[in-house]
Ligand binder design. Sequence first.
Ligand SMILES: NCc1[nH]cc(CCC(=O)O)c1CC(=O)O
Length: 333
Amino acid sequence: MNPILPPFPQTRLRRMRRSQALRDLAQEHRLSVKDMIWPIFITDVPGADVEVPSMPGVFRRTLEGAVKAAEEAATLGIPAICLFPYTDPAVKTEACEEAWNPDNITNRVIRAIKAAVPEIAIMTDIALDPYNANGHDGLVRDGVILNDETVECLVKMALAQAEAGADILGPSDMMDGRIAAMRAALEDAGHSEVTILSYAAKYASGFYGPFRDAVGASGALKGDKKTYQMNPGNSDEAIRLVARDLAEGADMVMVKPGMPYLDICRRVKDQFGVPTYAYQVSGEYAMMMAAVNNGWLDHDKVMLESLMSFRRAGCDGVLTYFAPAAARLLAQG
Ligand SMILES: NCc1[nH]cc(CCC(=O)O)c1CC(=O)O
């Protein structure tokens, strides 16, 4: 862009900011509830359906609660919800078999929501951490995260979710080769219509802490995820990962976390022009809510301003725990 900018006083950039009407006319980006995916936490563990302490206003939900959330999303115009399970420590094993159990909490919730609110798109999470005794996204042997064996598990998990009726599969595991393996298995099983939103550029981030509380993985996790999630010091590598996942059959790609990685969102959108999403993760939500609850920040202002940053960075949409609150506020106009 090479703007024509005559000198002052021909140019007075404040002219277009003088009134709300002129500001509206000059506004480049807008927020829409249609660009939001609402992540929710689900559980069948008795007594676990409570507020997540590090995520004020976010509750784990039972199957019935999840159906209610889907109804709420439909009423508010939110097109999709994303399911994350909080699991009983008793079902977590080293082999993670519960991950592809057709009757695990995620798959039961998918079927219940599809029956009750068919118009809502259901996104899932594909990674072994909620089912893994050691809290990692992949199988672990002698302290090493196994790639190829994990991919076989992820494929089984993907097929079980597709079978249950998931619309969007979200592999968040960062193993190599999983998109190609899932796409081939989906085609073979007759699930050619199922979309994949790849967590392509997922960083090894400190901002996932509250999420790990929400899904009950904090206590289990041994070590860190740096051998599979990205180094925050890298940017070109994100481009290679996105190119790789698109070539393997991803329909959409994600950058995660969101606010600290807006530069990556912009690079991905400019370079590939594909549906690009950011995940405004649990820690981003938690830090804003902590300041809000201290009276230090204004909830509505920082919520909308933070969501606008993703639009400006080129994202087509965002996964955000603020989705219902933002939808309500946007509906007021
Ligand atoms: N597969 C794990 C997964 N899927 C989504 C999130 C984080 C989401 C958030 O923080 O809101 C994580 C956490 C992690 O990688 O440890």
